[in-house]
Design a protein around this ligand. Sequence first.
Ligand SMILES: N[C@@H](CCC[C@H](N)C(=O)O)C(=O)O
Length: 293
Amino acid sequence: MHGAGNDYVYVDCTKTSIENAGAVAKFVSDRHFGIGSDGLILIKPSDKADFFMEMYNSDGSRAQMCGNGIRCVAKYVYDYRLTDKKELAIDTLAGIKYIQLNVDPATDRVVSVRVNMGSPILKASDIPVNISGKDIEGITKDTIRDAVVSETLTVAGRDYQVTCVSMGNPHCVVFMDDDFDMDNFRIEEIGPLFENHEVFPERTNTEFVKVIDKNNLLMRVWERGAGETLACGTGCCASLVAAVLNGFAEDEAVLHVLGGKLNISWNRKENTVYMEGPAVTVFDGDIDISGIK
Ligand SMILES: N[C@@H](CCC[C@H](N)C(=O)O)C(=O)O
């Protein structure tokens, strides 16, 4: 399944389990010798919510949250009748997320999925990032403490202004100049240097963003543990939050990514981020993983 081109292999683990999920993620993600994906997502039972989503990147590392993934999980459990609910609570390593399926009543097809992504985490030590931040007033009801907003980070000898946001997983957002060529940008050269920079003790996802206007942002992403992907849901949420913090965007914007578009809004009164976008099934089938160590 994919959400705006960010593709994962989804496995129903409500009645069965996978012990060596990291190794299986590496195997299924391989685009030549496996199935081909940005990672693996297990749909598990939960005693606190309707389901539990466990996600692995293509390098086998486990991440806390996946925005495109959670929309696909919601479509999966509805389409395969693991539930008939159109409003779902799905637990993750970043807490419970609340989801609404937009289903066409005539065809019973899922048209789009809206997710309450919770509050952005802005305190440097909670992201985590080892850059000193500032306190910021007037954006949300409470003072935002120790936020890394437009701070200088030197990568490969060049200074970048970075804004760091966690949506349960860490993101470093870099705004590019108006004349920056996003199409021919060699993200594979600079992405890994951000991902593994010493200021990010748990590595980071990095979003390179160009502001089209206050309601439209163009984004390319280098994902922790996966490299460049066609979209990143949590990355789009982090980018919108970062754009608002820098005065570049209004509270609601369309994020244009290589694989499509996501609608993101930050309700600053309740300090909650919402994401809406597509979820698509490509195919289903069986694969033998008994030999994977
Ligand atoms: N593509 C995902 C994020 C997946 C996890 C990320 N690479 C991490 O390690 O934090 C999304 O849609 O949010």
